[in-house]
Ligand binder design. Structure first.
Ligand SMILES: Nc1nc2c(ncn2[C@@H]2O[C@H](COP(=O)(O)OP(=O)(O)O)[C@@H](O)[C@H]2O)c(=O)[nH]1
Ligand SMILES: [Mg+2]
Length: 433
């Protein structure tokens, strides 16, 4: 009986101990589970946060505030906010399935520093491009780079005897479309002007040439006497393609802008396009154009225009003429006739006979000037297309040989590119460094 009681008591103690062990084991297991979950949570946190932090570290320090703004505008605040919440670690107590450990969306890329989206910063609208008028220096660029640059190379190009330098200068002048006579004159001037010692100084030789060129081109004509006659009639002559019609359009527009009433006479009846060309200029400037029949008598068209100007009280008539003829009559004879008939409509007409020459023609432009002058008595010269040629030296030869003043020079296509000729400004622009 006693033994049975002792056995029962022992068995009870053993059961109690076993229960205690079991409790202990449960507590240890629970604690282990908690620790493992905690570890998993930390791992998630590291995976989730690290990329963002690493990207942040890569971010350039000088990211402009604008770039951030662009990003924010693109995604919207809500989305941006959600993403920030995603980056917080999950509650450690809740079991986390392995797939959930990976972020559902990759962390948002940091704002790009250098490329703001075009929608956010649209480029400023560009103003419409139209041909820009040139500066005189630009317009004379080719002549300066040709003739003047060669002159500088010869003068400043190293040790040579005075005679050798002068010989080379002479060669440059001869080949610069200045003309033989004018080149010789320039050289004689340098020899006379400078003493032996000064001739060795390239800067002095250059300055002497520049001063003499400035003197040659400065024929100092009086301004156009627009008030001396009503209408004041300007007759334009020159061979085909030199720029007569274009120049008439430009002068007509200039005078019109100054408040003068102008009539343009389409006296080139050989080319239908010439009358149309003049009408386009006339439309633009609000200047009346009088034209006759294509192939008709140019003298008749110009007579009508001068008569119309007289009866209307217009200030100026600018008369276009042909550079080539459809008749067997030589050009000069036809132009002489136009000049005579003009005077019948208005006795002082023409008040100016302007010869238009193309600078590209070089030496030939001097020959044209001589020929037209003999036939018609040229009172002024317009030298066009200086912008497209290195033969700008021709202006020096024309002024020297014919003593006819250059009134305008053309250095491009716009109205402003037809410039009243200023001898000082011209020489400075030509020799400018
Ligand atoms: N680059 C340039 N072109 C010019 C200048 N003057 C006239 N032109 C062009 O020369 C061409 C012939 O002109 P046009 O007036 O028809 O010559 P015309 O036959 O004498 O009447 C046209 O294409 C003009 O635009 C100028 O100073 N510079
Ligand atoms: Mg023409």
């Amino acid at each position: 009986m006693n033994t049975q009681i002792v056995f029962t008591a022992d068995a009870g103690a053993i059961v109690a101990i076993l229960i205690l062990f079991a409790f202990g084991a449960l507590i240890v297991a629970a604690a282990w589970k908690f620790i493992t979950k905690k570890k998993a949570g930390l791992k998630y946190e590291r995976e989730e946060v690290r990329p963002a932090e690493e990207e942040k570290a890569k971010e350039p320090e000088e990211a402009p505030a604008e770039a951030g703004k662009v990003e924010e505008e693109e995604y919207g605040e809500g989305l941006y906010g959600d993403r920030l919440e995603d980056e917080t670690p999950p509650e450690p107590a809740k079991p986390v399935p392995p797939e959930a450990l990976k972020p559902v969306e990759p962390p948002k890329p940091p704002p790009k520093a250098v490329e703001p989206k075009p929608e956010a910063a649209p480029p400023a609208p560009r103003p419409k491009e139209k041909p820009k008028p040139k500066t005189l220096k630009e317009g004379l660029g080719k002549t300066r780079e040709g003739f003047i640059a060669r002159l500088n190379r010869v003068l400043f190009g190293g040790k040579k005897s005075v005679e050798q330098v002068l010989e080379e200068v002479e060669e440059v002048l001869f080949t610069a479309d200045i003309g033989v006579k004018t080149s010789q004159r320039l050289l004689e001037f340098v020899r006379k002007e400078l003493s032996g010692k000064d001739l060795q100084d390239p800067a002095k030789v250059r300055d002497a040439l520049k001063a003499e060129i400035a003197r040659i081109v400065d024929l100092n004509p009086p301004p156009f006497a627009y008030d001396s006659s009503k209408p004041f009639v300007m007759m334009m002559v020159g061979v085909n393609g030199v720029g007569k019609t274009t120049t008439i359009g430009k002068i007509g527009r200039r005078l019109n802008e100054k408040g003068m009433s102008v009539i343009m006479a389409a006296g080139d009846t050989f080319r239908a396009a010439a009358a149309e060309q003049l009408e386009i200029w006339g439309d633009r400037a609000g200047v009346q154009v009088i034209r006759g029949q294509d192939g008709g008598d140019p003298a008749a068209v110009i007579y009508d225009a001068v008569s119309a100007a007289k009866s209307k009280g217009a200030d100026v008539v600018i008369a276009d003429t042909a550079g080539r003829l459809h008749t067997k009559v030589p050009l000069m004879e036809e132009l002489k006739k136009v000049k005579r008939v003009m005077a019948k409509a208005h006795e002082t007409a023409p008040n100016e006979v302007m010869l238009v020459v193309d600078a590209n023609n070089g030496q030939n432009a001097i020959a044209q000037a001589r020929e037209f002058n003999e036939a018609l008595g040229i009172t002024g010269i317009i030298l066009t297309k200086l912008d497209g040629t290195a033969k700008g030296g021709v202006i020096i030869g024309i002024c020297d040989e014919l003593k006819i003043p250059v009134r305008y020079i053309g250095i491009g296509e716009t109205v402003e590119d037809l410039r009243p000729f200023d001898p000082k400004e011209f020489t400075e622009a030509l020799f400018e460094e």
